[in-house]
Design a protein around this ligand. Structure first.
Ligand code: DX5
Ligand code: ZN
Length: 217
């Protein structure tokens, strides 16, 4: 089963509750929440207090994408805010094994993300441990960028290198996904599709329905 994870970076911040209700009514089950620290990426978005506020208006699964340096410092804060899954960046952690272990010890699911320039094979030692690998298909930091095809071979590599001890590991793709290229990433092996501008530009309910039809195959 494929999952749509709308990125709230593109939501109308003056109307979060209104648009979250539209998402939920349209059948969305995941929210992708992009946390940026202005250090790991050249942009600042939002943190635990905002996630906590959104937690009060939906029961959806919170897929929290941490684009922050040394996320190990904030695992408890994001857990308290209502996160379900914390995805950390390979490039942002000094001790990845410890960071992943701490996320799982806290009772949350753990994801591991790689930037477009990072070789996908670096995730191999972690494929038995993590619940999801996130392939970035844009340089992290901003919504509305163009999809980078370098992601396609990485998705294929992940699909063929799933660890037999962890066959249900999810494969997520994030950045520049739209109605024209979503089939390509699904075929390559992605089963969690992040979409920001393609979900929130125009009619949200129509966009979600259109994605859901494609994701259902
Ligand atoms: C980028 C974020 C993405 C972004 C996706 O750093 O991780 O989740 O919001 O937005 P679109 O779908 O517009 O590329
Ligand atoms: Zn993201």
């Amino acid at each position: 089963m494929n999952i749509l994870s709308p990125s709230l970076l593109s939501i109308d911040f003056n109307n979060i509750e209104r648009d979250a209700k539209i998402l939920d009514k349209s059948g969305v089950s995941w929210y992708h929440l992009d946390v940026m620290d202005g250090m790991f990426v050249p942009n600042i978005s939002f943190g635990p207090p905002v996630i906590k506020a959104i937690r009060k208006i939906t029961d959806c699964f919170f897929d929290v994408h941490l684009m922050i340096k040394e996320p190990i410092r904030y695992i408890e804060a994001f857990k308290d805010a209502g996160a379900d899954l914390l995805t950390i960046h390979y490039e942002a952690c000094e001790n990845l094994t410890e960071t992943i272990a701490k996320i799982k010890e806290s009772g949350l699911k753990a994801g591991l993300a790689v930037n477009p320039k990072t070789d996908i094979t670096v995730v191999k030692p972690y494929l038995s441990d993590v619940d999801m690998v996130l392939v970035m298909s844009v340089e992290p930091g901003f919504g509305g960028q163009k999809f980078m095809p370098v992601a396609i071979d990485k998705l294929k590599w992940l699909k063929y290198n799933l660890n037999p001890d962890n066959p249900d590991m999810l494969i997520e793709v994030d950045g520049g996904i739209n109605f024209d290229n979503v089939n390509i990433v699904l075929e390559a092996g992605a089963n969690v599709i992040v979409a920001g501008s393609a979900c929130f530009n125009g009619d949200i309910a129509d966009n979600v329905t259109r994605f859901d039809k494609i994701l259902a195959g």
